[in-house]
Design a protein around this ligand. Structure first.
Ligand code: DAH
Length: 342
């Protein structure tokens, strides 16, 4: 009996050593510890031994049983570790591969241009005033001297909402009314940047959505000389220290007098070339002295106060500055275009 126990122990341990997977472990467990397992059968046999042999045989049998149990657990742990190690090895990242560099984002060319404009006007004492994009007919037109049947409305046709009299603003000029109503009766200087919308045939120079930057200065004794000085300073900071401006009489319902400001051509310097259409001048914005009725609509007494206003298209400014030939590039979201202005 004892001999059998020792032999069984040795055999079982030997077999265990060769096992490398969970299935093997389970088969081994059944073969020795199962209901009809070899060890189970041996243990059962002890009861049939003569009484004097039983204690010693029982003792040894228990030792063998514990030894095999311990050996099984050890092997089980070893198999588990080996499986984990293999799984890790298979799923391992190959750190020798070069990584994919994350591409850095940057600001859109329109935003960059707007910020440049904010900087320049901030130095001239203008702060940014935000005004709504969805406007009413009264503020977008009527308060700016454009009554419902005014012919100049043709230039500012827009998108209308289903709400009567509510539209997408066609220019930033209605912001003048909001700003004046907010600040009166104090003097103030603001720029009003933002998106504008027009119902328009899209072309190289026209989009149905674009940015504008409006400027407005209200105070006592403000004259056209102030307007010229501010705009000339802007042109020189934006386009170069030697730039010259000329003011051409024009018409806007909300300014009197009104003017178009032209800058000497940045390409030919005034000689005449393709981009200035041989005139030597580039139109950069519309401007004028705030119309007395518009001042009144904003809450200011035109006998006491005066002001100047201007409106420019930052996309047009960027086109001139960077030699961009088509305004549609700005919002087509083609990276080949956008990445040229990091
Ligand atoms: N609102 C005009 C437009 O969209 C631009 C403009 C012209 C604004 C003259 C002004 C101004 O403030 O004085 O075409």
């Amino acid at each position: 009996m004892l001999e059998e126990l020792y032999q069984l122990e040795a055999k079982a341990k030997n077999e265990l050593e060769a096992i490398t997977d969970v299935e093997g472990l389970e088969a081994w467990r059944l073969a020795y510890f199962g209901k009809k397992g070899a060890l189970t059968m041996l243990l059962r046999g002890i009861g049939k031994l003569p009484a004097e042999e039983r204690p010693q045989a029982g003792n040894i049998a228990n030792q063998v049983k514990s030894a095999l149990e311990a050996a099984f657990e050890q092997r089980q742990e070893a198999v588990r570790r080996a499986a984990l190690a293999e799984e890790l090895a298979q799923g391992a990242m190959d750190v020798r591969l070069p990584g994919r560099p994350p591409s850095l984002g940057y600001l859109h060319i329109s935003t960059q241009t707007l910020r440049e404009i904010y900087d320049i006007f901030a130095r001239l004492g203008f702060h940014v005033f935000r005004s709504r994009e969805v406007e009413d007919d009264v503020t977008n037109f009527q308060m700016l001297n454009l009554p419902p049947d005014h012919p100049a409305r043709d230039m500012w046709s827009t998108f209308y909402t289903t709400e009567p009299g509510v539209l997408l603003r066609t220019h930033t000029s209605p912001g003048q009314i909001h700003a004046m109503r907010k600040y009166h009766p104090e003097p103030f200087r603001v720029i009003l940047p933002g998106k504008c919308y027009r119902y328009e045939q899209v072309s190289t120079r026209h989009e149905h959505m674009f940015f504008q930057v409006e400027g407005l200065a209200i105070g006592k004794h403000i004259t056209m000389a102030d307007l010229k000085g501010v705009l000339e300073s802007f042109a020189r900071q934006m386009f170069g220290a030697n730039r010259r401006l000329r003011f051409r009489p024009s018409y806007f319902p909300f300014t009197e007098p009104s003017a178009e400001a032209d800058m000497d051509c940045i390409l030919c310097g005034g000689e005449g070339c393709q981009i200035c259409k041989q005139t030597g001048w580039l139109e950069i914005l519309g401007c004028g002295m705030v119309h007395p009725q518009v001042l009144r609509n904003g809450g200011y007494d035109p006998d006491e106060y005066s002001g100047f206003a201007f409106g420019m298209g930052p996309e047009r400014i960027a086109m001139l500055k960077h030699g961009i030939t088509d305004i549609r590039y700005f919002f087509a979201n083609d990276l080949r275009f956008l990445q040229q202005f990091p």
